[in-house]
Design a protein. Sequence first.
Length: 36
Amino acid sequence: MQFHAAYSAAYRRAWRRFRQYQDDAEKRRTYDALFK
């Protein structure tokens, strides 16, 4: 059970980082579209 808890915590961290990366890419695309 402890292993599962550690695994899901790591999974949530990775998922949040992935979402953050997607949001940053979206902002970069918007920025490029506005200022090119």
